[in-house]
Ligand binder design. Structure first.
Ligand code: SF4
Ligand code: SF4
Ligand code: SF4
Length: 196
């Protein structure tokens, strides 16, 4: 079993980058790490299906095996569609989308950028008015299109994670500054009271 970063990257490159979490991990890269460490089996990714399992088996010198149904079933590519007239603009779907494939703002109608949607379904459950439906693509992507879509989804997922990390850091810094300002004010108040 391969155990280094290059191996994790090679495993991750085979995974579909849907970032759906059906494998039991928070995205494709954590699953790739678990496979490399021997903590997860190669047949836990429903979007990758038998094709993906075969590629993983070849890479790792293992026997291929069927998809483990405990993790779901392989389906043709779907994309999310928002029934726009029912959308209340709550932005919950935007918060749930791992690849920033939804456009909209608070209290305004939202829409999915179909070309960027990985079909992960993570936006469906959070919608309070059930106005997101998953629709199968009329024409399924070719192997070349799948490869291009994987690369785009990986790039968008990583960019979103970087943005969220910097938002968290900014928020923490702002909270720290507010706390310091409050402590300074309290200390100044105490000093002015004791000088009276
Ligand atoms: S696409 Fe596969 S590997 Fe990636 S998160 Fe979904 S189930 Fe896991
Ligand atoms: S729009 Fe929905 S289904 Fe499509 S990638 Fe975003 S969360 Fe997943
Ligand atoms: S979660 Fe549903 S109602 Fe809320 S913005 Fe998204 S589509 Fe509209």
């Amino acid at each position: 079993m391969l155990l280094n970063i290059a191996a994790i990257d090679k495993i991750n490159a085979i995974l579909p980058q849907t970032q759906c979490g059906q494998c039991g991990y928070k995205g494709c890269n954590p699953y790739a790490e678990a496979i490399a460490l021997g903590q997860a089996d190669i047949n836990q990714c429903p979007p990758g299906g038998d094709e993906g399992i075969l590629e993983l088996a070849k890479l790792l010198g293992l026997n291929s095996k069927p998809l483990n149904p405990e993790f779901g079933t392989h389906k043709p590519k779907h994309v999310a569609v928002i029934v726009e007239e029912d959308c209340i603009g709550c932005v919950k779907c935007i918060a749930a989308c791992p690849v920033d494939a939804i456009l909209g703002a608070a209290k305004l109608m939202h829409t999915v950028i179909a070309a960027e949607c990985t079909g992960c379904e993570l936006c469906v459950a959070p919608c309070p008015v059930d106005c997101i439906v998953m629709k199968p693509l009329a024409i399924q992507p070719s192997p070349e299109q799948k490869t291009a879509q994987k690369l785009t989804a990986k790039r968008r997922f990583e960019a979103r994670n970087r943005r969220k990390e910097s938002e968290t850091l900014l928020k923490a810094e702002k909270a720290k500054q507010q706390k310091e300002a409050l402590l300074n004010r309290q200390s100044n108040d105490r000093a002015s009271r004791s000088s009276v």
